[in-house]
Write a protein that binds this ligand. Structure first.
Ligand code: SF4
Length: 351
């Protein structure tokens, strides 16, 4: 789902975690030290997308239905806080299935998707496999398969080694997909037959960079087949749009997210390109470099699709300890996307 409205709506937001009030008759010690003002613009939408909510719910529901342990192949979503929380409840994270002993416990595939060889291996070992791949990633897998079946060479625009790209390339036999990471890669690409060519993209790319590459491919290979624009998902698009709207109005931007989160990295880049002097990806409040963020008067905050809102609140509270903070939300889209749980975990599954 794309952004459905373009106007900026600024909604005042109450600051959570306010200081404890002073005892009656005593002055608040903090009121004696005046803090510099800081205007915080909160980007909206930010944080969890529907695919991430579904993947986390899948692990929690599997723990509830089957009890621990529940095995998860790869970080269910790219966020250490989320992963540690699930570990504490009994989830065991592995990178490959050969790390899992023979077991009746569920084995969940992460939201990023897996190559075809993974469910095949899981079946061979009689695992109870549960696929938490985001349906929007699965859609790209199916597109690639259809193109291949129709005899088209597939170009995948994406980042090498990202698990989603590994999963998408792994839908087709080796050599059937050519990865294009940059415009230079697209220029250097030599197709086997330019009349039988298709493209798909990673879902979490920079909208602007990808448009440039896709426009180039379409201009160079007029017969290339692909989605109307690209496969970048609604959540990636909406979060980048909100950052674009806020970035020109603030001195600095914090994107809450993990370094291995593609969509979070792209948000930081978007902020920088839109003129933010300081744009940083931060996992927790403890990571804030106060040498950089200690003397600003305006700050934008966003969060990648795998970053929980509690971490955004933690960041705001860290700034509120040093600044007299006022917070406004700048909203560029409403989101109401919802994906049901994987089939085996739905309430009617046991019926
Ligand atoms: Fe799905 Fe997009 Fe979220 Fe990835 S970022 S899990 S593709 S909705």
């Amino acid at each position: 789902m794309r952004a459905r409205q373009s106007e900026v709506r600024c909604i005042p937001v109450a600051l959570t975690g306010a200081a404890v009030p002073p005892k009656p008759g005593r002055p608040d010690p903090e009121s004696l030290v005046s803090k510099p003002p800081l205007k915080v613009l909160l980007c909206s939408p930010r944080g969890f997308c529907a695919g991430v909510v579904r993947a986390i719910d899948a692990v929690e529901q599997a723990l509830k239905l089957y009890g621990p342990p529940v095995y998860v192949r790869h970080e269910i979503v790219h966020n250490r806080f989320v992963v540690d929380g699930l570990k504490a409840k009994g989830a065991i994270f592995v990178e490959e299935l050969d790390e899992i002993p023979d077991t009746d416990a569920p084995v969940i595939f992460s939201a990023h998707g897996v190559p075809k060889s993974v469910p095949v291996e899981a079946q061979a070992r009689n695992f109870l496999a549960i696929d938490a791949t985001c349906p929007l990633v699965t859609k790209v897998h199916r597109e690639a398969e259809i193109h291949h079946k129709r005899g088209r060479e597939v170009v995948l625009v994406g980042h090498a080694r990202h698990p989603e790209v590994v999963g998408t390339m792994g839908q087709l036999p080796p050599g059937a997909v050519t990865l294009v990471e940059t415009l230079d890669d697209a220029r250097a690409f030599v197709p086997r037959d330019e009349t039988a060519l298709a493209f798909v993209t990673q879902t979490t790319l920079s909208v602007d960079d990808t448009r440039e590459i896709v426009d180039y491919l379409r201009a160079r290979f007029p017969a290339i087949v692909g989605p109307h624009k690209e496969d970048i998902c609604y959540a990636t698009t909406n979060r980048q749009e909100a950052v674009k709207r806020v970035a020109p109005h603030v001195e600095a931007m914090i994107v809450v997210g993990a370094p291995n989160s593609s969509n979070s990295q792209r948000l930081r880049e978007v902020a920088e390109r839109e003129g933010c002097r300081i744009a940083e990806l931060v996992q927790r409040a403890a990571d804030i470099d106060w040498a950089r963020f200690g003397a600003i008067s305006s700050l934008g905050i966003s969060a990648g699709a795998s970053a929980p809102e509690v971490l955004v609140e933690e960041i705001i509270e860290a700034f509120a300890a040093r600044y007299d903070v006022s917070v406004e939300t700048v909203s560029t889209a409403d989101e109401s996307v919802f994906f049901p749980l994987p089939r085996q975990l739905r309430p009617d599954a046991a019926a």
